[in-house]
Design a protein around this ligand. Structure first.
Ligand SMILES: Nc1nc2c(c(=O)[nH]1)N[C@H]1C(S)=C(S)[C@@H](COP(=O)(O)OP(=O)(O)OC[C@H]3O[C@@H](n4cnc5c(N)ncnc54)[C@H](O)[C@@H]3O)O[C@H]1N2
Ligand code: MOO
Length: 409
C-alpha cells in the first residue's frame, strides 16, 4: 500500500490542461480564465457626480448662503452641454456627468430646494463645498486597455460584475474537464427505480457528480455496469472522449470486483492499487488507452473522501490551476482516541462547542464507510496519521472542515 501523498503525486503527475473555449459572461461563473482580460472602456468614462444635488464651482460656495442660478440639468446617461459660469449651477443626479465649468457637488440636502427657493430658477446653497467633493473622476475604477483580470483565475460572481463593467461580453476559459463516471454492481439501481429486497440505491455517482460540478468539471454518467465482463467493457467504452474515467466500486478483491481484470484486457495500465488510507483503501489509478483513470471503492464514504483528496485536485490540474489540498486546521477532541494502524484515517465528526478559540469535536460512534447519514451530518473530518498514538480527551487534532469552501460540501 502506498501513502496518501504518494498516491496524490502519482495521480497528478499524468494530467495535462484541457483546451479552451469561449463562453458568454452569463455562463462564466466558476470557469478558469486562460487569458488576461483588458478593459474595453474607461470607467467612469468622464467625471461624474456621486450624489443627487447641484454641480457648482466650489469657489461660489465659499460664502454661504449663496443663491445660484439653475441653468440646466445633467441626469445619468444625459449631459449638460453648456458651460457653467460664476453664480450658476446645474441640477445633477447620481451618475450624471459633471458639466464644464463646475468642480464640485453640493448634495440636495444642503440646499433649499423648496418651491420658494427655486422660484425664478435659483437655488440656495447652505453649505460650503471643497473642490472635487462627491465627484468621481474619469477612470476612477479602471482605464481602457488596462488589465482587469489575469489568466488562471477561477471567476467569481464579483469578477463577472467587473468583466461586465469592462464591456467584456465573453471570455476565453478552460473547457470543463469531462469526468466519466461508471458505477459497477449487480446490486445497484438508480434512485426512484423499482428496487429488489437486497438491492442498493446507487448514490455514489450522484454524490461524486455533485462534487465534480462544484469543482468546475462536467460529470458524464456512463451508467451502472453489471458485474460481468461484457457489461463493464461496453460501458467503459463511453470514457473514450473523457478527460478522466472514474469507476465506482469493483475495486477490491472479491469475485465480483472486476474493474482491474476486465479493463486490464482493454488496455488499462495500473500505476497503483491500494493505499494506506481509511476509508478508501482499494483506490486504483492508471491510464485506459490515454484516458487517466481513477478506480474508487464502492462504499459511498470511501468514494467521497477519495474524491475530496484526489479528484478535486485532479480537476484543478486539468484546469491548469495549482492542485488544492483540503485545508487543515486544529481542533480539540472531546474524548480519548485510540492509536491508529498503518492507514491514514479520515473520521467523520461534529463540532460541539469551542475551547480557547478552537472548535471542540466529537467523532461519530459508527465510522462504517457505507453510512451516508453521519457523512451528511458531519461538520468535519478528523485526520489521524498512520500509526498516530492514542490521545487523551482534550488533545489537539487536525481537522478538515467540510463547509470551508473546498468546495463547500
Ligand atoms: N477481503 C476483503 N474485502 C474487502 C476489502 C479487503 O481489503 N479485503 N476492502 C474493503 C474495503 S476497505 C472497501 S472500501 C470495499 C470496497 O470494495 P469495492 O470497491 O470492490 O466496492 P464494491 O464491493 O463494489 O462495493 C462496496 C459496497 O459499496 C456499495 N456500493 C457500490 N457502488 C455503490 C454506489 N454506486 N452507490 C452506493 N453504494 C454502492 C456496494 O453495494 C457495497 O456494499 O471492499 C471491502 N472489502
Ligand atoms: O477503507 Mo474502505 O474504503 O471503506 O472501508
Amino acid at each position: 500500500m502506498i501513502s496518501v501523498d504518494e498516491a496524490r503525486f502519482q495521480i497528478l503527475k499524468e494530467l495535462s490542461i484541457v483546451d479552451t473555449e469561449v463562453v458568454s459572461l452569463d455562463k462564466a461563473l466558476g470557469r478558469v480564465l486562460t487569458e488576461d482580460v483588458m478593459a474595453r472602456r474607461t470607467q467612469p468614462p468622464s467625471h461624474m457626480s456621486a450624489m443627487d444635488g447641484f454641480a457648482v464651482k466650489a469657489a461660489d460656495t465659499q460664502s454661504i448662503p449663496a443663491n445660484l442660478k439653475i441653468i440646466g440639468d445633467a441626469p445619468a446617461g444625459g449631459s449638460f452641454e453648456g458651460i457653467v459660469r460664476t453664480g450658476e449651477t446645474v441640477r445633477i443626479f447620481t451618475g450624471g456627468p459633471l458639466p464644464e465649468g463646475t468642480d464640485s457637488i453640493v448634495i440636495q440636502e444642503d440646499t433649499n430646494l423648496g418651491e420658494d427657493s427655486q422660484k425664478d430658477g435659483y437655488v440656495e446653497i447652505r453649505e460650503t463645498t471643497p473642490v472635487g467633493h462627491y465627484v468621481r473622476p474619469a477612470g476612477l475604477d479602471f482605464q481602457d486597455g488596462t488589465i482587469g483580470l489575469t489568466a488562471n483565475r477561477r471567476l467569481s460572481a464579483r469578477d463577472i460584475g467587473l468583466l461586465a463593467a469592462m464591456n467584456v461580453p465573453w471570455v476565453t476559459v478552460c473547457r470543463k474537464p469531462r469526468i466519466a463516471l461508471l458505477s459497477t454492481g449487480d446490486e445497484l439501481v438508480r434512485p426512484g427505480e423499482p428496487v429488489g429486497p437486497n438491492q442498493i440505491i446507487s448514490s455514489n455517482s450522484l454524490l461524486v457528480a455533485a462534487l465534480i460540478q462544484q469543482s468546475g468539471g462536467e460529470a458524464i454518467d456512463l451508467g451502472i455496469a453489471k458485474d460481468n465482463e461484457d457489461s463493464l467493457r461496453q460501458m467503459a467504452a463511453g470514457a473514450k472522449s473523457a478527460d478522466m474515467l472514474v469507476t465506482l466500486g469493483g475495486a477490491s478483491v472479491g469475485d465480483h470486483d472486476l474493474v482491474q481484470s476486465v479493463l486490464g484486457k482493454e488496455g488499462l495500465s495500473v500505476d497503483f492499487w491500494r493505499i494506506a488510507m481509511r476509508p478508501g483503501k482499494p483506490l486504483m489509478s492508471g491510464d485506459l488507452n490515454g484516458t487517466p483513470m481513477l478506480g474508487m471503492p464502492g462504499n459511498p464514504v470511501s468514494s467521497m473522501i477519495c474524491s475530496f483528496l484526489f479528484l478535486i485536485p485532479a480537476i484543478d490540474a486539468l484546469l491548469g490551476l495549482p492542485p488544492r489540498r483540503p485545508p487543515l486546521s486544529t481542533a480539540v477532541i472531546a474524548h480519548s482516541v485510540k492509536e491508529n494502524d498503518q492507514r491514514e484515517d479520515y473520521l467523520r465528526a461534529r463540532i460541539i462547542g469551542k475551547s480557547d478559540g478552537l472548535p471542540v469535536v466529537e467523532l461519530f460512534d459508527k465510522q462504517d464507510s457505507s453510512m451516508l447519514s453521519p457523512l451528511a451530518a458531519a461538520d468535519c473530518l478528523v485526520l489521524r496519521g498512520p500509526f498516530a498514538s492514542s490521545l487523551p480527551a482534550q488533545s489537539q487534532v487536525e481537522i478538515i472542515h467540510l463547509k470551508a469552501g473546498y468546495p463547500d460540501v
